[in-house]
Design a protein. Sequence first.
Length: 440
Amino acid sequence: MKNEKKVFTLTYGCQMSERDAETITEIAGQAGYSRSEDLDTADLVIINTCCVRESAENKILGKIGELKKFKEKNPNLKIAISGCMVQQPGALERLKKRAPHVDIWAGTHNLHDFSSLLQRAERGTKVAEIWQEPKVNSESAPLAEQGKLQANVNIMYGCNNFCSYCIVPHVRGRERSRKPEEIINEIKDLVASGCREVTLLGQNVNSYGKEFLPSYDFADLLRDVDQIPHLLRIRFITSHPKDLSDKLIETVAKGDKLCEHFHLPIQSGSDLILQRMNRKYTREYYISRVREIRKLVPNASLTTDIIVGFPGESEEDFEQTLEIMRLIHYSQAFTFMFSKRSGTLAASMENQIPLDVKKRRLQRLMSVQNKESLDWRQGMIGKSYEVLVEGPSKTNPTRLTGRTRGNELVVFNGNSNLIGSLVNVRINEAGSWTLVGEIE
Ligand code: SF4
């Protein structure tokens, strides 16, 4: 069948959202659409959405609005909007009213049903369908683009933690882990198609397998994935500090392919705010986990997520956050201003912080982290690190780029036939975000 039709996919949000966009695009591929980077000539446009912050949602709504003129130019164009923003309780009717030019509305639980939604839309029907709960086996065997050097692999879906600021449990449902053999087979297929690095994905990978009997937890899965031949590297995201076990840290310490990088969102350095966030750990407990990592995996790099301006956050609470950043020395931190999400507990909390205060605190936080990131990378100068060569540098295509096991980005000279292989790079220069080195 001649593959005339083209699909253009745009995704917003986290790695899980990117992974979902991958699945939907692959399903469109099986329906005869080839991938295109050109919106103007697309026959199908897919936008996979995010609603973790108001700013993300406003950006997406603007993009959906823009598509109206493309539809006017090409009335046969099909527009599909999917993901967390659509899955939000009470959002679908509001969105349909706002964007009648959209042909398909789908949530987070019915991605695998996209082919039937697409067929109905191709027959001219406007389709709007979200499932309140995932259906059994509706999430098995996710499709992924073959032949890529790096791939994201879902190991579980949903979250049971209900942090008071977070919309995720409301749009992705309760935690459910994929069967280990399914995950391992998916990775073996990816490796057979040329993949050499996988990132295991979950809202809270540390609680993987909690529902399994006999017990088989995340550390067990990592140990088994570490045995897969020809795979070079394993990463995972996101870890919840309350479920970070000694067993998991020991497994990373012993694993050949398990990269020594922990993304461990702390969110705040103040116990009072951690409690209001319903994070279920204290500052001291978090520090004790970091100490255990530093003891068992001395060269590990730590990154984190931090929210400033959470309702009720005093200057003193904020100072405690800055203090813990200076104590832990993160190699990188993703920093955000608190954003009210309707349907979450924090949205209706008292003592909402004014925007100018949030902005001022975010500035201070970023300047503290910029210094920490620079210090961390300057500490790498003169040392050698194993780097997986990913491809040409985005800023200077005559050079190559790749990441250390600690997930630090490195730029260096080298022949493109090194792409996909591990090399040792000696670091000569360091910026806050990028390192420059030479292959040894
Ligand atoms: S752990 Fe908390 S912040 Fe992370 S997805 Fe779950 S509810 Fe949201």
